[in-house]
Design a protein around this ligand. Structure first.
Ligand SMILES: Nc1nc2c(c(=O)[nH]1)N[C@H]1C(S)=C(S)[C@@H](COP(=O)(O)O)O[C@H]1N2
Ligand SMILES: [Mo]
Length: 520
């Protein structure tokens, strides 16, 4: 007597395959349309990032660092797989519950794509294809599985229906894998690498002098003075790096200006290019954290561009807009104060920007945290007043537009590492400190809560970059603690009061970095 219900494994498999098919079909069409973000999987991920409360977002950045996006994608894949399996299991008698769930998942993808900034009609084809593929695959596989069930005996000898189901599900699995991979390859078809290579050398009219020997102590464990672009910290809201070609790039300067202007990449290059080492810092950096890096940025001074457009006196804020929907607001006063060193950057360490750092163009303004100064993949600079709220402020980081943007003077211990065991004898300490636009005056260390004693500073490169430090002490064998603090040229010494990066606004962390280590 054949059961009228599908087997547990078979029904779970039907649900899983149908959803895999749905995601792959969406990914493929998004790839064909050259809109990777229209892939329902990525769109749902981006929608999730958008709705994540800021503290959670910050927690994720701190836990997973630059892998926060990978962690999110894996987590999402697991959740979706579980829902898919549940859809199958609920459909052992009738396909209806599964069809409803797969349809709802498809609807979610459709909504996520539809709400994206700059969605055009055609990009909706990706989630639509996904919905149809998912529902279709579920329907087809379920029907086939049921027919196998209803009529199990006569064919057992020939094994036809069972084999039919296996062949069909195998084909769906293979098809989904092919479509997924194809979609991924297609969306990388925009040949950013070729566009970057074609830029050729960037020659600043005012090159920055070479970094002096003695500016960094990498042999002692500090970073190199200039961070190689590939190792520069990366923070942004994107699951996939926006792929833009220099040939297609346009920068518009709009808003409270005498004349709006639009520049191509070549127009930008043709301007006076300056070069300046600048240390960037993310507001999410915790005390002792890694979100601080230095590059010699090459670009056009923002003041040159603002002069060209003619800024109206009412303007108080410069808003940067980007292809990823991110907007960054900078107090105009701070842009002007930075003079030539606030730039529309096109190069980093002598090379065009890397895609993950904003190729082809981004802004960099020394002294301000990245989220209020450093628009990557920038497409528009709008002059406004403080009435316009940029990205983070729309999401509840509603700070004082003038106050919170300044990078806090800070310092970090790079050597010894946490809980490192160092050989007996003289111990070498080394690390970094920074006080962008002001300059570092002094770095002190305290060993085992003893008196503060001066560390030796590396050669200063300019006030906008970090300053390395080193010190030596002879210590007895056993467990020790070292703490560091910096004083900047305004006379401010880092406070010991420990505050996390989000407190609750994005003010940047405070507190002193300490390391515990052992002398052998
Ligand atoms: N378009 C865009 N620009 C952006 C961001 C973003 O998410 N999108 N993140 C900002 C943040 S929070 C920081 S700290 C810097 C980091 O720049 P980097 O990744 O080149 O180090 O970019 C800023 N610019
Ligand atoms: Mo940031």
């Amino acid at each position: 007597m054949p059961s009228t219900r599908l087997g547990v494994a078979q029904s779970a498999f039907v649900g899983f395959l149908a959803v895999a098919m749905a995601l792959a079909a969406g990914h493929l069409v998004a790839g064909l349309l050259l809109s990777p973000s229209a892939s329902p999987f990525l769109a749902v991920g981006n929608a999730a990032i958008d709705r994540t409360p800021t503290p959670v977002k910050n927690f994720a950045v701190q836990q997973f660092g630059t892998n926060d996006k990978l962690a999110l994608l894996i987590g999402m894949a697991v959740v979706i797989a579980l829902v898919a399996v549940a859809a199958g299991l609920l459909s052992r008698r009738s396909p209806v519950p599964g069809l409803v769930i797969v349809g709802l998942l498809g609807g979610l993808g459709l909504l996520a794509v539809a709400e994206q900034a700059g969605t055009s009609g055609p990009t909706l084809l990706a989630p639509l294809a996904s919905l149809l593929a998912g529902v279709g695959a579920f329907w087809g596989l379920h029907a086939l599985a049921r027919s196998t069930h209803r009529d199990p005996t006569p064919d057992r000898r020939r094994g036809v229906p069972r084999r039919e189901f296996l062949v069909a599900s195998g084909s769906v699995a293979a098809g989904a894998a092919l479509m997924g991979v194809g979609g991924e390859l297609l969306s990388r078809r925009v040949d950013v690498a070729a566009s970057r290579a074609a830029v050729g050398p960037l020659v600043p009219a005012a090159p920055s002098p070479p970094i002096p020997a003695g500016a960094a102590f990498p042999e002692l464990g500090t970073p190199t003075f200039l961070t190689p672009a590939a190792e520069f910290y990366r923070v942004d809201v994107n699951l996939t790096v926006p792929q833009l070609r220099a040939e297609d790039a346009r920068l518009r300067i709009t808003g409270l200006v005498d004349r709006e202007i639009e520049l191509t990449y070549d127009d930008v290059r043709a301007h006076r290019l300056v070069e300046r080492p600048i240390t960037m810092t993310c507001v999410s950096n915790y005390v002792g954290g890694p979100y601080v890096s230095t590059a010699a940025f090459i670009g056009v001074p923002l003041t040159d561009l603002l002069l060209e457009a003619g800024v109206r006196p009412e303007a108080t804020q410069l808003i940067g807009r980007s292809v990823d929907g991110f907007t960054i607001g900078t107090p105009l006063r701070r842009v002007l104060q930075a003079e030539d060193r606030a730039m529309l950057a096109i190069g980093m360490n002598g090379e065009p920007l890397l895609p993950e750092h904003g190729f082809p163009m981004r802004t960099v303004i020394p002294g301000l945290y990245g989220y209020v100064s450093a628009t990557k993949w920038v497409t528009e600079l709008e002059l406004t007043t403080f009435d316009v709220d940029p990205y983070w402020e729309q999401r509840g980081w509603d700070g004082d537009p003038e106050g919170i943007v300044t990078i806090k003077t800070s310092s970090r211990i790079d050597a010894p590492g946490p809980f490192e065991q160092v050989p007996a004898g003289e111990v070498t300490f080394a690390g970094i400190s920074w006080a962008q636009t002001i300059g570092i005056e002094r770095v002190e260390i305290s060993v085992d809560e003893g008196p503060w004693e001066d560390a030796e500073l590396g050669v200063a490169v300019n006030v906008d970059t970090w300053r390395m430090w080193r010190a030596r002490r002879t210590l007895d064998p056993g467990l020790h603690t070292v703490t560091v603090r910096a004083t900047d040229r305004s006379g401010y010494t880092q406070t010991a009061e420990r505050v996390g990066p989000i407190n609750p606004g994005p003010d940047g962390s405070t507190g002193l970095h300490s390391i515990t280590f052992t002398v052998a």
